[in-house]
Design a binder for this molecule. Sequence first.
Ligand SMILES: [Zn+2]
Length: 204
Amino acid sequence: MDLIKIGKFIANERKNKNITQEQLAEKLYVTDRAVSKWERGLSLPDAGKMLDLCNILGININELLNGERINMKDYEKKTEELLLEMARQDELKNKRLMTNMLVLVITDFVFYVSLILLACITLEEGFVLGTIIVCATALFVAIAFYAFKLEVDAGYYECKNCHHRYIPESYFKALMAPHMHTTRYMKCPKCHKKSWSKKVMTKE
Ligand SMILES: [Zn+2]
């Protein structure tokens, strides 16, 4: 909070109302030194005095603490800016998730193929080789499933029929759905029709 700005604002609004520091102090049951301190930005009015001060000056608490008049248009604009910023953050997070997923899938695949090849070249056929192949395959599947979870968690799916954007009911349903890259053939929770639902990064 900018005490100097708030102080100047209080002084200005007081002068607009044609009241002296003494008169304002009297109305609020404080000393005129206290009012002078507020106006010079040395202190803030006590919380218990703020409402009365606002009533006398014809301002609201939000304006008092911002040290300026705020009109309704700005209120809307400020809310809109906040919502936009949140949507941007959401989109950024989702894009990052998708990138992580891709990196993970590629690393997983390369690691798996290399490991199997290396094992086949260096080891004789037998129990050890078999065990390595089984374990490596299990690890590959587990990581692939994790990557799939990342993909489903990132963003939303858009119904081709009604354009509703949704998150699948369960990982299992998404996993079982036929898919082409990140587009999945799933049932929309809104219109209940099955369609090729495209992956999108934002809710709107
Ligand atoms: Zn739909």
